[in-house]
Design a protein around this ligand. Sequence first.
Ligand code: HEC
Length: 351
Amino acid sequence: MGSSTWLGVAGAIVVAGCSAGSASAPAALPANPAAPLDCTPVDGLAPHLACTGLYADWASKTLAPESRAYAPAVSLWADGATKSRWIQLPPGSQIDTSDLDDWTFPLGTKIWKEFQLGGQRIETRMLSKTDAGWTFAVYRWSADETSAPLLLMGEQGVNGTSYEVPPINDCPVCHNGRKDKVLGFELLGLGQAAAEGLNLATLAREGLLTNPPPSTTFALPEDGTGKAAPALAWLHANCGNACHNGNSTALASFTGLHMKVLASQLMPGSGAAPTVADLDTFRTAVNVPAHIQLQGQPCRRIAAGDSANSLLPHMDMARGGAAGVPQMPPLGTNVPDVAGVQLVKDWIDAL
Ligand code: HEC
């Protein structure tokens, strides 16, 4: 079961490769950009970003007043791209937070994430909760940023770089990891001090959560190394939140290596402080034997005190299999997050 899941992902990557350059025909883009846009849905999706409701005025890129900006404290590495995010909740609605680890969003929720490379808008991804379930869409900006039509098949080698826009079929591979698909708009991402815009405290204050948590600002626990918290935050955002967690629909649930920090671990109850040793990340990784070998030798997921012989940072640095171990994450990235992985190595070496 585990390995077949893996092959599924590898297959998705190959499909992405085949579709490279096919720059799927921009749907319903008028030849004259000044002409009114045809917003007739294509495959149930708005054919152009201008049709999605993010902006009140497309020409000036003025956001709609109900588009609320937010940024999780630590986010998924995106091959060096910078990102902006907005959420729209239907007026008067609330997010069901009765399960603090798996929020359920009201019907009509829309979330956008815009990616910029070198200061230029490249793509805007969108999640939208409709009667028919969640839809995933990607809009690819033109070089002059006047147009952003739907792109179904993804694109590789954007602007001569190794940056890739994933095909829409790949979106659920990661987003299925949460019961209600949304990944970064969550307890820990919005509850750490570095979260921006619509954060956990603001959500609670505005009455947008059915069950606000007892605390709205969290610090991850530290251990004797003094280097645990940033490493744990990076592993949560890049590995645990989407795939390496206990949800059966999460891609890497079967590995038993779980790196999502859960509400019960952040707030152990009766006023007790959270501890690193209680986190899944520690319990399922540190000194736990790995199923994959490193340079032909058995190894541990994290070998305390020895990052060079720990599998985890090797996979996080690997891209394209060149290092002899599979790359992590397995899709959507061609450049490693050197600074982020260094946080993990620093923690491991100090353990
Ligand atoms: C490699 C895994 C992965 C793939 C593939 C992926 N995403 Fe995401 N996405 C994430 C993670 C992790 C976050 C949260 C962190 C962040 O916002 O940077 C996220 C955040 C988002 C958000 C902001 C709302 C949220 O869930 O936090 C949107 C919108 C989004 N993705 C859309 C898409 C679309 C559309 C696709 C397919 C074209 C896609 N994503 C493919 C992992 C992925």
